[in-house]
Design a protein around this ligand. Structure first.
Ligand code: HEM
Length: 118
């Protein structure tokens, strides 16, 4: 297996991780208000494609750039950290190996400046 996308079982498994992840996000009062008016079906679909691509899978993401889609939210580090925590919990839930999880979260971490304070 070559890249993280394969290690996490490709798009089919990543979509399950993303579903579980958003269940955690929507149950968390620190962040769930941001998603009040969001079409969660589209969100889950776009996030699955985005994360698949970020982990080295095919480029099928058709949503907006990170700075653009988070514009007007004025997201703070505590929000970003909460989202990363839920993503870690979801990857762990599906039995990801620690070194693969750490590598995947490094990729997400590299987006921090694109997403915060917009
Ligand atoms: C941690 C890294 C993050 C990544 C990789 C990420 C990724 C994405 C993606 C791919 C979309 C879909 C864009 C589209 O459909 O065009 C999106 C939208 C959104 N993100 Fe994030 N996001 C991150 C952090 C956050 C945080 C910290 C929050 C708030 C706590 C947040 C709240 C939202 C909301 C509310 C939308 C939907 C906006 C709408 O309703 O159209 N995101 N994000």
């Amino acid at each position: 297996m070559s890249n993280l996308y394969d290690k996490f079982g490709g798009e089919e498994n990543i979509s399950k991780v993303v579903d579980y992840f958003y269940d955690l996000v929507l149950a968390d009062q620190k962040v769930n208000a941001f998603f009040e008016n969001t079409d969660m079906e589209k969100q889950r679909r776009h996030q699955t494609k985005f994360i698949s691509f970020a982990l080295g899978g095919p480029n099928n993401y058709s949503g907006g750039a990170m700075a653009k889609v988070h514009e007007g939210m004025n997201l703070q580090p505590e929000h970003f950290d909460a989202i990363v925590r839920h993503l870690r919990a979801a990857l762990e839930h599906f039995g990801g190996k620690e070194e693969d999880i750490a590598a995947a979260l490094d990729k997400v971490e590299s987006l921090r400046n694109d997403i915060l304070y917009k």
